[in-house]
Design a protein around this ligand. Structure first.
Ligand SMILES: Nc1nc2c(ncn2[C@@H]2O[C@H](COP(=O)(O)OP(=O)(O)OP(=O)(O)O)[C@@H](O)[C@H]2O)c(=O)[nH]1
Ligand SMILES: [Mg+2]
Length: 307
């Protein structure tokens, strides 16, 4: 399946919502006046694009119509897409460097899809011929360690784990030394989302980071915040909170398939300081794509139910 089809399938719920609302709007107004733009803004907000980004897109359209005199349906939809693309920015991929250890720290609140995404990434990198190890630094629950081990078996990736309740930084220490000894290309570290407050979270992640810089000073270390699209505007708040607490490099947005809230990627990108690099489009091992702004926008902004 091509990239565009994968995004179209994954974003089907948001796309169907958008298309049916859009058709209703067009049918009830017919021409692009302020009422119609208000309705378009409401569709965007309901698809979770966020008020600020939706406002911005509407202003962009108004300018476009003023400048060009083009208030046609095609022109306006293209203006929506153009502005969304500007907000989402250039396509960015996780920067895996050859000839050194790459360490990917998976962070994010409870249940967003960190462990699943770690497993999917292991599978992807192995398919590219990389040597991958995973570290089970979510030691809060035995089930969390087991879940990562299941992904390890499924993707034939070694998982370094300690007992439930042990020190996550000690797991990271062992995982780094295993990765160095086995000449791994990539170490994926799954962390806990279950920390009761921001201070705990910061303390734990900074301890992990201290261990990494001490034990693997030459490694290419990247932190990836995983957010869950189905949580809508909460995902935006989480991105803001983690940006304050952690030195983030990338965002991964999961469960884009799970609701009609796929527009949340636009809302997050509007304020985020780091790029969205991954899109989770289902629960299966292959349902992970590099976030592709063009495919995303084409899939989201449907102006026809059978498009
Ligand atoms: N539909 C869908 N489900 C997903 C996706 N990514 C993860 N999930 C599901 O979301 C649920 C939570 O995923 P986990 O990977 O356990 O999340 P986590 O962040 O590790 O959770 P904690 O370890 O509890 O903090 C699981 O049932 C996953 O199968 C996705 O892209 N689409
Ligand atoms: Mg987990």
């Amino acid at each position: 399946m091509g990239v565009l089809d994968a995004f179209k399938n994954g974003l089907k719920k948001t796309r169907d919502f958008w298309a049916s609302e859009w058709v209703k709007t067009v049918a009830s107004h017919g021409k692009f006046d302020d009422d119609m733009l208000d309705d378009l803004e409401e569709i965007m907000v309901r698809a979770d694009c966020g008020v600020a980004a939706s406002d911005d897109i509407i202003s962009y359209i108004k300018d476009y119509i003023k400048k060009t005199g083009d208030d046609s349906r095609e022109g306006v939809m293209q203006a929506v897409k153009d502005r969304m693309l500007q907000i989402l920015g250039e396509k960015t991929e996780i920067d895996i460097q050859d000839g050194k250890l790459n360490i990917l720290l998976m962070v994010g609140v409870n249940g967003t899809g960190k462990t699943t995404t770690a497993g999917k990434l292991a599978s992807r990198y192995k398919a590219e011929g990389k040597k991958v190890i995973m570290g089970a630094a979510d030691t809060f629950r035995a089930a969390a360690v087991n879940q990562l081990k299941v992904w390890g078996e499924r993707t034939e990736t070694s998982v370094i784990a300690h007992e439930e309740g042990s020190d996550p930084a000690a797991v990271v220490f062992d995982a780094i030394h295993a990765a160095i000894a086995r000449k791994a290309d990539i170490l994926i570290v799954d962390t806990a989302g279950r920390l009761h407050n921001k201070k705990n979270l910061m303390d734990e992640l900074s301890k992990i980071n201290r261990i990494i810089s001490r034990e693997a000073p030459d490694a290419n270390v990247m932190s990836l915040l995983i957010i869950d699209a189905t949580t809508g505007q909460n995902a935006v708040l989480q991105t803001e909170a983690f940006t304050e607490a952690v030195d983030l490099d990338y965002l991964g947005i999961t469960k884009l398939d799970g609701s009609a809230k796929g527009g949340v990627a636009v809302s997050v990108a509007y304020t985020a300081k780091v790029p969205i690099v991954l899109a989770g489009l289902g629960e299966g091992v292959d349902d992970l794509m590099d976030f592709d702004p063009e495919a995303f926008v084409e899939s989201l902004v449907a102006d026809d139910t059978d498009a």
